[in-house]
Design a protein around this ligand. Structure first.
Ligand code: ATP
Length: 319
């Protein structure tokens, strides 16, 4: 099926006969594969009598060579899948199999993309970026402090570089444009955080996606914000460079060095919010974050600090 896509990706018309000849199959087999492409990968295909078949818009696939051409200083190997359950899951399997970090896992499509607390990340084929960078951490807990916030900052910088000027942060690790989500971040850890461990920096960015009925909250994409289709290989390269420089600052100086910059870009700084922790809800006003990336809330005139992966912030209706 992907060979057929390789033939169609230029966005031009191809006759059924030519496609059949190139693939060594009958025209009816081509027809079946085209239907499969439309239903499985959700790729609209124009069919015009006398001219043949054409993808509604041309596709550029992810390519390690193209990524490298845009960011020669990135040293980590890149593994690209056409379709995978989740790039984070694949990254964890590769760690388990003894692959040396750092390395990067990318996919054209995720069939079970993960959000926090078992939630799903909608991941259609060849439209977005599904990115899992694996790092080996051997500097103890300090190297993990505020790490997911650092990743958010790097993603936000990358999006602004690509023209999404309104990209900003929501504690702990969402990147939004106004109230619309454009990227999600999920860090997963294996090993002993106090000694040697591996952390997977999982990042999903909506790049060229224009429709996604399954996403159950407001969302946007780079294409929707800027009006132009984005080369995902370029985006992956720029993201890698942003991550590299932010991670270097974090490793050298700790989260303290990034705290002010993060707060400055926090969309909900000073806003009245509810912090949801399972069935509990705490109402307060966002004061900022501390030097470890924990949330500082004014709760009834008293400053309180919150951290942990199970917490979610919501704006209060009256804010
Ligand atoms: P919070 O981080 O505040 O707890 P969240 O609901 O945004 O909240 P995440 O785990 O970060 O949680 O992301 C998963 C959620 O993101 C999904 O439940 C869905 O609402 C939304 N979502 C899923 N896929 C996409 C996508 N491609 N683009 C934008 N949003 C998505």
């Amino acid at each position: 099926m992907l060979t057929l896509l390789e033939l169609l990706k230029d966005g031009r018309f191809h006759s059924g006969e030519a496609l059949g000849a190139a693939l060594g199959v009958s025209r009816s087999a081509v027809w079946k594969q085209l239907q499969h492409l439309e239903s499985e990968l959700n790729l609209p295909i124009h069919k015009v009598r006398g001219r043949g078949y054409q993808l509604a818009s041309p596709l550029v696939f992810l390519s390690a060579k193209e990524i490298e051409a845009n960011a020669a200083s990135l040293v980590w190997p890149v593994y690209i899948s056409d379709s995978i359950d989740s790039t984070n899951a694949e990254a964890l399997r590769l760690v388990d199999a003894g692959r040396t970090a750092p390395f990067l896992v990318l996919a054209e499509q995720q069939t079970a993309g993960r959000g926090r607390r078992g939630r799903k990340w909608v991941s259609p084929f060849a439209q977005n970026v599904y990115y899992s960078l694996v790092l080996r951490i051997d500097g103890g807990l300090r190297q993990l402090e505020g790490l997911s916030l650092v990743v958010g900052l790097a993603v936000m910088r990358c999006l602004r570089e690509l023209g999404v000027q309104g990209a900003a942060l929501k504690w702990p690790n969402d990147v939004l444009v106004g109230h619309k989500k454009i990227a999600g971040i999920l860090l997963e850890l294996v090993g002993d955080p106090a000694d040697i461990c591996h952390v997977v920096l999982g990042i999903g960015i909506n790049v060229n996606m224009q429709k996604a009925a399954e996403v159950d909250q407001e969302w946007t994409s780079v294409q929707l914000e800027t009006g132009s289709t984005v080369d995902r290989n370029y985006l992956v390269a720029r993201l890698g460079l942003q991550l590299q420089s932010h991670l270097q600052r974090h490793a050298a100086f700790g989260f303290t060095a990034l705290q002010e910059e993060w707060e400055h870009n926090h969309l909900w700084q000073g806003r009245a919010v509810s912090l949801i922790a399972g069935v509990n809800q705490i109402d307060g006003v966002v004061l900022g974050i501390d030097h470890q990336g924990a949330l500082r809330l004014d709760v009834d005139g008293v400053e309180k600090i919150y951290s942990g992966g199970e917490l979610s912030l919501r704006l209060r209706d009256d804010s």
